[in-house]
Write a protein that binds this ligand. Structure first.
Ligand SMILES: N[C@@H](CCC(=O)N[C@@H](CS)C(=O)NCC(=O)O)C(=O)O
Length: 196
């Protein structure tokens, strides 16, 4: 498999999952805005996962489920049809639509109007408060063990300082982010992407 990634982008989630799954993969660093990348993904974004048959696939939440299913049974994602799988799918969708697509594009685009950026920050603070309450009681996002939903949540929450936000008011959320960052495969992924 080949993962087209950009350091620190949401592709980091799939990168972490590939390492956690013990999968064999190659990393291809790309600039998603480059004209040449349109040949890989005409939509112009990462992550793109190229399977060994040459087919290319997008959408982080779907890629994470696929990679999770490649891992030893239940190690990264519970079996299909179980309640736990439903909980992981629910969390993947929450991260995608309520976190990922709130940060990005708004807070990464300088042309975003101040009023929009303010509304986005307020919405994110509400999500952080909810997550902080969750992590005061639970170690992981979806189930009682690390899953691909945590890889996704970490990759997105890692942006908090990038957009001038802080976890100071959310100690349990901060501890969760540190807990994920401390995992050896997460550290290896961050190192490989040239991130601290
Ligand atoms: N719908 C896609 C969106 C992926 C996405 O937003 N990728 C961002 C990085 S996190 C990107 O590559 N943006 C291109 C750019 O900013 O130029 C998914 O869920 O995977």
């Amino acid at each position: 498999m080949k993962l087209y990634f950009t350091p620190g982008y949401c592709s980091l989630a799939v990168h972490i999952a590939l390492r956690e799954a013990g999968a064999r993969f190659e990393l291809v660093k790309v600039d998603p805005t480059a004209a040449s990348f349109r040949d890989v993904n005409p939509r112009g974004y990462v992550p793109v996962l190229e399977l060994d048959d040459g087919s290319r696939h997008t959408e982080a939440a779907a890629l994470l489920q696929h990679v999770g299913d490649l891992a030893p049974a239940g190690a990264l994602i519970p079996p299909a049809g179980t309640r736990e799988r439903f909980l992981v799918n629910q969390s993947l969708t929450f991260v995608s639509s309520e976190l990922h697509k709130v940060f990005s594009p708004w807070l990464f685009h300088k042309e975003t109007a101040d009023s929009t950026a303010k509304a986005v920050r307020e919405k994110l603070q509400a999500r952080f408060a909810e997550l902080d309450a969750h992590f005061a009681k639970h170690e992981w996002l979806a189930t009682n063990r690390f899953t691909v939903a945590d890889a996704y949540a970490f990759a997105i929450l890692n942006w908090i300082p990038w957009v001038g936000l802080s976890t100071a008011k959310y100690p349990s959320l901060a501890a969760y982010i540190d807990r994920v960052r401390a995992r050896p495969f997460v550290r290896a992924a961050l190192d490989a992407e040239g991130l601290k």
